[in-house]
Write a protein that binds this ligand. Structure first.
Ligand SMILES: Cc1cc2nc3c(=O)[nH]c(=O)nc-3n(C[C@H](O)[C@H](O)[C@H](O)COP(=O)(O)OP(=O)(O)OC[C@H]3O[C@@H](n4cnc5c(N)ncnc54)[C@H](O)[C@@H]3O)c2cc1C
Ligand code: FES
Length: 372
């Protein structure tokens, strides 16, 4: 048999049909995140070889990159990072207030794949609860993603205590959800309320980079709670700050900021609002009479985050949607906010019990900060 005839590497024959199969080493499969097998139905060996060569060339770089990343993330698998804490390493932390904190985590594959509007699922420690968090920023060069978190219940408070630089997140999956459709409008208003300010930042940056005229409106309870003003100033053509107590910017709600923008500009094409449901509903009602497209990012309780459990269902335009796979962004004029808010209150009692039990555990363990 000649060399040419024997060149059937990655080629398999079933019956009369040749097909290409490149199997990825098992240890790289989680890093690559997809299956590299490719089939090709041809009876001609030369055609099969050419197809194989193209597939090999295409994947060679991806495999090499995955191998490099694997060497990094291998250290980030539970129990394997140099800190001994396990998980994806937390490389920076910043506390914006006594309840709001930022975590920057090393995960190169995720940082490369992340797009504005997407979120991750986090389990902070073994046997911990899985929670969704928005990708507030990503740095492809540094290989990090950033999350800004509000300590509202057991898991987010637990994370506030244990997630320090040098520790790790036990599990970090993503990017999840559909990315924002940025670049479709020439003049856009982005509204962030409280924590929503962090969630909307990557969209503001992407819209500016896509050439849009960007008006940012950010709302906080008071001046002390303001964060990322410098980041918004960098990418907004106009920035309106609103505070509930008037200690900075406009004394009032973000809806007043929207009204002000509408008075000053008659060519606003789209408004995007992220924050508590009550704020997003108010924003949608402000733009409704003007017929301006208004996008909101919904935050129902999620369980699996993959469209399997139905826990995150919301009603949009009379139809049931799953926020984790159909969203998280939807047309604000079509969202049934009353249903969303009702569903968010469903487990209040259990959530309260979880916090109480956790606090009791802290007292028992004599943890710092626990009441005695
Ligand atoms: C797509 C998506 C993105 C999110 N992004 C962020 C983020 O970037 N930063 C962040 O801090 N939080 C974010 N959340 C909300 C976050 O997941 C919840 O705050 C968290 O799961 C609460 O867990 P817990 O155990 O600390 O509190 P729990 O005990 O579960 O809840 C405590 C309190 O928070 C309320 N709550 C629970 N889940 C939610 C929710 N999904 N939205 C609003 N309130 C909730 C409960 O009604 C209760 O009042 C996001 C949610 C979704 C669906
Ligand atoms: S969280 Fe389960 S379907 Fe969305």
């Amino acid at each position: 048999m000649s060399d040419t005839m024997s060149d059937t590497k990655y080629l398999y024959k079933r019956g009369e049909t040749w097909w290409v199969k490149i199997s990825v080493p098992p240890r790289l499969r989680p890093a690559l995140g997809y299956d590299l097998r490719r089939s090709l139905r041809t009876k001609d060996l030369e055609t099969a070889r050419r197809a194989r060569n193209e597939v090999v060339a295409d994947f060679r770089e991806k495999i090499a990159q995955a191998r490099r990343d694997h060497d990094v993330t291998a250290e980030a698998t539970p129990g394997a990072d140099p800190s001994g804490n396990g998980g994806y390493p937390i490389v920076a932390r910043q506390d914006f207030s006594d309840v709001t904190y930022l975590l920057e985590v090393h995960h190169p594959m995720l940082a490369r794949a992340a797009k504005p509007g997407q979120f991750v699922l986090v389990i902070s420690q073994e046997n911990g609860e899985r929670i969704p968090l928005t990708i507030a920023d990503f740095d492809r060069e540094a290989g990090t993603i950033t999350m800004v978190i509000q300590a509202v219940g057991k898991t987010t408070r637990e994370m506030q205590q244990r997630c320090v630089v040098g520790a790790g997140l036990y599990c970090l999956v993503g990017p999840m959800g559909l990315p924002s459709d940025i670049g479709r409008s020439a003049k856009m208003v982005f509204v962030g309320g409280g924590l929503g300010v962090a969630s909307i930042y990557t969209q503001v940056r992407a819209a500016k980079e896509a050439g849009a005229y960007v008006i940012g409106i950010v709302g906080f309870r008071n001046k002390q709670l303001i964060f990322w003003q410098d980041r918004f100033e960098r990418y907004c053509d106009e920035l309106i700050i609103c505070t509930d107590d008037g200690s900075a910017g406009i004394h009032g709600l973000v809806t007043q900021g929207i009204e002000l923008s509408l008075e000053n500009h008659d060519d606003i094409e789209e408004v995007v609002a992220i924050g508590p449901p009550i704020m997003m509903r108010a924003c949608a009602e402000t733009t409704r009479p003007h017929g301006i497209k208004t996008t909101v990012s919904l935050n129902p309780i999620m369980v699996d985050g993959t469209g399997m459990c139905g826990g995150c269902r919301v009603v949009v335009d009379g139809e049931m949607k799953f926020t984790c796979v159909d969203g998280p962004e939807f047309d604000g004029h079509q969202v049934d906010f009353a249903d969303l808010m009702g569903r968010l209150r469903r487990f209040t009692e259990q959530e309260q019990q979880a916090v109480e039990k956790w606090e009791e555990g802290l007292v028992g363990a004599g943890a710092p900060g626990a009441e005695r």
